[in-house]
Design a protein around this ligand. Structure first.
Ligand SMILES: Nc1ncnc2c1ncn2[C@@H]1O[C@H](COP(=O)(O)OP(=O)(O)OP(=O)(O)O)[C@@H](O)[C@H]1O
Ligand SMILES: [Mg+2]
Length: 591
């Protein structure tokens, strides 16, 4: 039911009940008033009549009296009867002559009996003389020629009833008018109350439909006006929030449109919600991918899998994928889980970078390879010269210098070749079950003497039954490189610890020393090729800066990683982590 109708019907019901109660009370009062009015009039009339008839000038003759009574009755608009002391009717306004004489004795009439006893009496009954119900009122006449007689006045009861029904009609008319007025004022009132609420409803609908400029114009001066103002306030807030959100979205869109990298954002259902132009170009998409699943839009199962896995696991993922459509490309994909349950991916075209890298790798590999033979020849000749009996001490010194530098060059070429080999696309490690415990214990006993010469000593801590799937030679090489570094750079006062342990199901090999440590600013670049901290010292120590690069590659070939922790002046710690579940390199896995 509409509010307006509800207010109206409530108002109407209340008005009706009020009118009914008041009407019922008034009805009784009006009916009584009409009757009492008549009775009073009758009493007054009969009193006046009795006084009038008590005058000495009243005709003493019955025939004259009857004429006189007829005149008085017309004036009083009532039937007038004079009952003589013996009960016979001396005069009557309704009867004349023989009819009058034929009337029976009236002393038995109730009003007459009462009048004779109390001076006045009344009665209501059927008049056989007139054939109708009459209301009678009688008074005794106290003086004049008719002293001792009774004067009686009567009017038909229908006149009282007519007056009563007249009063009733007027009352009902007034009540009906009151009800009609209540109806009209109720309708106006309901309209007045419901109009502002209708206005509010329309305003709320406008907000729902996104019309945020309009204002609610309600001036009722009450809570409804306050509500309208609150609604306006809320609408303003909403408008400014939407404006902010829009400008933020525009900014974001501008940034995304201007980016060289492809950007894709998915929601919790795996549906694409953002795909920038660079992404569409990268994957040769004709339609905006938004609204589709990753596989439907991009048609690259690897991309779909990475985005899904990122969203499912709370991780950051970084992979390289190769695509053939619309062109052969290598793409680096960095994906992050979002708090919305979806994932965000950044796609970077690294094809050119990879090509340059490949060219560099090939070049280094070729040069190193080509250097091997002349180096071997040089080394052989130096060897044979050393066997010869050199006379001059200068020649001996020169030969020693040649041998030293040939040794360094050979070590460098060996390192470069090792690195090239591990880096090359076709490289396949020799997978076996490697007993890490045995590996570190062997190395420790092998390196103990050298450690004893250069540093304070080498201790080993290891867990039994620590086995990983890996390439034994490569793992050994990595640990050797770390031990070599510690011995070379930690300083004489340092102590070295070689530790193998299991952490969260992965195997960890740690080489820690208590030496001089590594400056913070160098730590992030330590694993780059040819990077050395103190160039001079490293060169004197014979380092080329390839050792840690090889360690890093070995760790990655095993699906693991290597990290450095060092506080300058308080030692350095290198930790290689190898997943024990690893059975071979993960396809597409990269740094
Ligand atoms: N335990 C360590 N304490 C202090 N500095 C270190 C330690 N390990 C490595 N470094 C520093 O890191 C640099 C890089 O080491 P890396 O093993 O890669 O090269 P290198 O030892 O100089 O040469 P290479 O190992 O190829 O013979 C070293 O030159 C050295 O300055
Ligand atoms: Mg080294």
């Amino acid at each position: 039911m509409r509010l307006r109708n509800r207010i109206f019907s409530t108002y109407l019901v209340v008005s009706f009940v009020l009118v009914a109660v008041v009407g019922a009370l008034l009805y009784r009062a009006a009916i009584d008033a009409a009757r009492v009015g008549f009775e009073d009039r009758l009493a007054t009339t009969v009193q006046i009549l009795a006084v009038e008839l008590g005058r000495t000038s009243t005709p003493a003759e019955e025939s004259e009296l009857d004429v006189y009574i007829d005149a008085l009755a017309r004036a009083a608009a009532a039937r007038v009867t004079i009952v003589a002391p013996d009960g016979h009717v001396a005069a009557d306004s309704e009867f004349d002559g023989p009819e009058l004489a034929a009337l029976d004795n009236h002393n038995s009439r109730a009003e007459v009996i009462a009048a004779r006893r109390l001076g006045t009496g009344e009665s209501t009954r059927y008049s056989r003389s007139l054939g109708t119900d009459l209301v009678y009122r009688a008074n005794t006449i106290d003086a004049g020629p008719w002293a001792g007689s009774v004067a009686r006045v009567a009017i038909p009861r229908t006149r009282i009833q007519a007056a009563q029904s007249n009063a009733r009609r007027r009352l009902l008319g007034a009540l009906a008018l009151a009800l009609a007025l209540a109806g009209v004022t109720g309708a106006l009132w309901a309209r007045r109350l419901s109009l502002p609420i209708k206005g509010l409803k329309e305003a709320a609908e406008q907000v729902r439909d996104g019309q945020l400029e309009a204002r609610v114009d309600i001036r009722t001066g009450d809570e409804i006006e306050e509500l309208a103002q609150a609604l306006d306030g809320a609408r303003n807030q909403l408008a400014s929030r939407i404006q902010n959100a829009n400008s933020e979205r525009d900014q974001l869109e501008a940034v995304l449109d201007g980016m060289v990298e492809g950007v894709m954002v998915t929601d919790a259902n795996g549906t694409i919600v953002i795909a920038n132009p660079a992404l569409r170009t990268l994957f040769g998409l004709e339609s905006p991918a938004v609204g589709h699943t990753v596989i439907a839009a991009i048609r690259q199962p690897a991309v779909a899998a990475i985005m899904e896995e990122t969203a499912a696991r709370n991780t950051v993922m970084s992979r390289e994928i190769t695509i053939t459509y619309p062109m052969d490309r290598i793409i680096a994909l960095y994906a992050t889980k979002l708090s919305t349950g979806g994932a965000a991916g950044v796609f970077h075209d690294v094809t050119a970078l990879k090509r340059t890298d490949a060219v560099r790798r090939d070049f280094v590999a070729n040069v190193s390879h080509e250097l091997q033979t002349p180096l071997a020849t040089l080394s052989a000749h130096a060897e044979s010269l050393a066997g010869a009996d050199l006379k001059s001490s200068q020649a001996k010194e020169s030969l020693a210098a040649i041998q030293r530098q040939v040794g360094r060059l050979s070590a460098l070429v060996a390192d470069l070749l090792e690195l090239s080999r591990i880096e090359s696309d076709g490289f396949e490690p020799v997978w076996t079950a490697v007993d890490v415990n045995a590996l570190v214990n062997d190395l420790a006993s092998e390196w103990e003497p050298r450690a004893g010469e250069s540093v304070q000593g080498l201790t080993v801590e290891s867990e039994p039954e620590l086995v990983v799937a890996g390439d034994r030679r490569l793992l050994r090489q990595a640990v050797v490189n770390l031990l070599e570094n510690a011995i070379k750079y930690a300083g004489e006062a340092a102590h070295i610890r070689l530790i193998a342990r299991r952490v969260n199901g992965d195997a960890q090999i740690e080489v820690a020393d208590t030496g001089r440590g590594i400056p913070i600013e160098d730590q992030s670049r330590l694993f780059e090729r040819f990077y050395r901290v103190e160039k001079g010292r490293a060169r004197v120590a014979g380092g080329t800066g390839l050792g840690l690069s090889i360690v890093k590659h070995v760790a990655e070939v095993h699906g693991g990683s290597v990290v450095v922790e060092s506080t300058p002046g308080a030692g350095a710690k290198f930790v290689i982590t190898i997943p024990t579940s690893q059975t071979g390199p993960k396809p597409g896995e990269s740094s």
